[in-house]
Design a protein around this ligand. Sequence first.
Ligand SMILES: [Zn+2]
Ligand SMILES: [Zn+2]
Length: 133
Amino acid sequence: MKIDGQCHCGAIAYEAEVYPDSIRICHCTDCQQLSGSPFRANVSAPAETFRLLRGSPKSYIKTAESGNQRRHMFCGDCGTPISSSAPDNPPAYSLRVGSITQRAQLRPVAQIWHRSALRWVDSLSAIPANEKD
Ligand SMILES: [Zn+2]
Ligand SMILES: [Zn+2]
């Protein structure tokens, strides 16, 4: 599926082809901290389909407990997370679903690192909801 996306301030824009059946929610503590949110949703895009249309993201290399390194790309002006990937010559990019224009059409197929999920996320629908703030 062809998608495009941009950061909140518009400095960064991109397009890619994603596998709609590769959308996963990650509850790991790194995703919680790096996204500033209870969890993060990602979708995989082969590197050859990812094209930066505008801007140059800043990057942060995260080293996991295992020693595995990931390059996290984000807008240096507004801070919107864009992707993570292997640090060099990545075969694919893990795109942050929140920055994708077509995100309403993308439905997760799995949750990972659920052991660190915040207790209430499994009962989100039980929390009173307003249509606007
Ligand atoms: Zn921005
Ligand atoms: Zn994670």
